[in-house]
Design a protein around this ligand. Structure first.
Ligand SMILES: [Zn+2]
Length: 303
């Protein structure tokens, strides 16, 4: 018996460094890559979801995650074996989508809506969260900016950037990979969870819902949707999201119409149907607060 015990101890000791190395490796940040078409892939790290086009023309990237994910992003790009990033598109200005902009080498041409450049190049005040956000390093500012639409013809398809009116922020763009039938919706879509709507940055609850409605009418039924946050999604997932937005907004309007204060509305809570939607960055209390703050005080009159 003792000899078996000794053998077990020896084996355990011999295995320990390997076990420690493996767990250490898993703890370091990395990106999970999902191939969606011949040239388009989804990259999932710690911040917002990234899309990447990789092929004969090289690499085009949509969003750049947090600054501290830069080393992991560089190795994910290297693993695609299509060269460095030539174009970087930003869906909006938030740091979980632009934090890595300045760290890419060589520096790609960065493309975004005018308001993204305006916000990443200046100090941003967040009165509702009591925080202040410093500008990105100059190298991370978009150098090509647009107002409504812009196309990049790359890797045998038209990659279209389209600005939508004030929703998540005032500089939102969706990215349509027209040949691959893939679209990146930025933070206009938090799949399966309540969204963050940045009312301090020109975001709007009603604008946000209108944007989702118009997208539902325009996107093909079989489109693959990359949300800003959450899992790879379908048009049905976007329909469910739209139903959550409209029904919780109606609920908040009704609560307010009956004189319920924000605290009373939070205490009552939403219906059970939306249980689990508050498990992410925005919990149920934050979502109800956004609805109360973001919806106009008087209900729109219907003819
Ligand atoms: Zn965002």
């Amino acid at each position: 018996m003792p000899s078996i015990l000794v053998l077990a101890l020896v084996l355990l000791t011999a295995l320990m460094p390997a076990v420690q190395a493996a767990s250490h490796h898993q703890a370091s940040p990395s990106f999970h890559i999902t191939h969606l078409s011949d040239t388009v892939s989804l990259l999932q790290g710690r911040g917002g979801n990234l899309a990447v086009s990789h092929g004969p023309d090289g690499v085009l990237l949509v969003d750049s995650d947090f600054a501290d994910m830069s080393a992991a992003l560089a190795s994910a790009i290297t693993s695609l074996e299509a060269g460095p990033v030539r174009y970087l598109l930003n869906t909006h200005w938030h740091g979980d989508h632009t934090g890595g902009n300045a760290a890419l080498t060589p520096l790609p041409a960065i493309i975004a809506h005018h308001n993204v450049r305006a916000r990443v190049s200046t100090v941003q005040q967040r009165p509702s969260r009591g925080s202040v956000i410093e500008p990105l390093p100059t190298a991370g500012w978009p150098v090509v900016t647009f107002d409504e639409n812009l196309s990049v013809h790359f890797n045998n398809e038209e990659i279209r950037l389209r600005h939508l009116p004030g929703g998540h922020t005032d500089g939102d763009a969706i990215v349509i990979f027209s040949g691959s039938n893939v679209v990146h919706l930025g933070d206009l879509f938090f799949s399966g969870r309540f969204p963050f709507i940045d009312l301090d940055s020109g975001g709007s609850v009603e604008g946000y819902i209108d944007n989702i409605e118009s997208l539902l009418n325009q996107l093909p039924a079989d489109v693959t949707i990359i949300p800003g946050h959450g899992p790879l999604s379908t048009l049905d997932d976007l329909k469910t999201y739209h139903r959550m937005l409209t029904s919780t907004a109606d609920w908040a309007r009704q609560k307010r119409a009956t004189g319920a204060t924000l605290q009373q509305a939070i205490a009552t809570g939403l219906t059970d149907e939306w249980n689990g939607w508050g498990d992410g960055f925005i919990n149920e209390e934050s979502w109800i607060t956004t609805l109360y703050r973001g919806l106009p005080m008087t209900a729109p009159t219907t003819p």
